[in-house]
Ligand binder design. Sequence first.
Ligand code: FAD
Length: 388
Amino acid sequence: MKYDVVVIGAGPAGSMTARDLARGGASVLLVEKRPEIGMPVRCGEATGIPGLALVDVVPWKRAVASETKGSYLYSPDGTRVELLADHVNGYVLERRIFDKQLAVEAAKAGAVVRVRTYATGIVKEEGRIVGVKLKHFNDEFEVRCSVVVGADGIEGKVGRWAGIDTRTSLPQMASNLQYEMAGIEMDNPDVMEFYFGNNVCPGGYVWVFPKGDGCANVGLGTRDRNQTPKEYLDRFISEHENLSRGSVVGVNAGGVPVAGPIDVSVKDNIVLVGDSARQIDPLTGGGIYNAMHCGRLAAETILKSIETGDFSASALMEYETRWKAEIGQGLLRSLRVKEALEKMTDDDLNHVARLMTNMSLGGLDVKELTTAMLELPPDMLEFIQSLM
Ligand code: FAD
């Protein structure tokens, strides 16, 4: 068996890469180790609509649980910052359906999709990557290709097999835990809620993402090791009557690296995309859009390589240069804001919330703005301004 490209992992990164490669005329094999694409879900499922349009994805109706019009940010003393849009600008997805949709789009474009197919290694000849080793049920076999795309997520091994350093140390991993809850009430079911505070979720936040019909994803991510994420989440829910009246109908957990992107995402005949290249935002934990965006960029570069027959690292480097230019700076800024957030006391958080409320009401005078600029780390101020 021989393909131009074998893509390992059918998450948003892999399916998007496979879809765009197939649309460009490449022969593509997309393999997924799980028996069902999109399951189990390990995600808050929130994403922005403008981003989806940029990667030419219109989610199926049943892949959208709810539409959102902005966010409420709550500081420890309960100050609420309202960041509202006058139109729908986000979705809370059903990832188990959305991820399947992306794989279906890849298949419709001509990619061969194989589930329950585990990549167990890469094949090298004279030091050069020439294919992958796969296992489907009990069948073990090799597939040859010109490029291997590692879209195998946070725990991915493809990069390491190829000699790319993808390690994240334990202290650089945030532990995320999320409950899918039913029978709850929200102040405004069109709005995502974020709760900050050192007793709520040190260095991170609790999110409540509405899924319609009295359901929501309620979760958090933290690097704090004094208490478990479960202790923080259970306490938060018990302190919010609108949530504590509800039931947990699903639990998912996973690590999110907060160390920023990896240094190198390409080598001869290999490209890493999505979480496997740590393209996930270290501040928000958002990775769906970045994975798709970078999948698209990877496909564009690989298609050029197919045309020229040059699959060397220097040819594939165009992908890395582009993704670092387009999202790399944002990831590094998020990293710095995350580090600043981790150092903030509850008083600092309350202060920032009040400043943001004043800014959003247009009531911040020059003196207050100057004070804010002196008091807040520049990255934090820039980040806040980008939200307003
Ligand atoms: P994945 O979606 O992880 O896909 C990788 C795929 O590769 C998997 O299907 C896996 O089974 C497969 N695979 C792995 N190894 C192999 C192998 N050897 N052979 C074959 N297949 C393999 N992002 C957002 O944008 N919004 C959110 O609200 C949000 N909330 C989150 C909440 C939590 C609790 C967590 C943990 C993450 C959250 N994220 C969120 C991040 C988001 O889920 C990821 O960034 C996104 O899924 C990355 O897509 P990906 O395709 O790179 O990886």
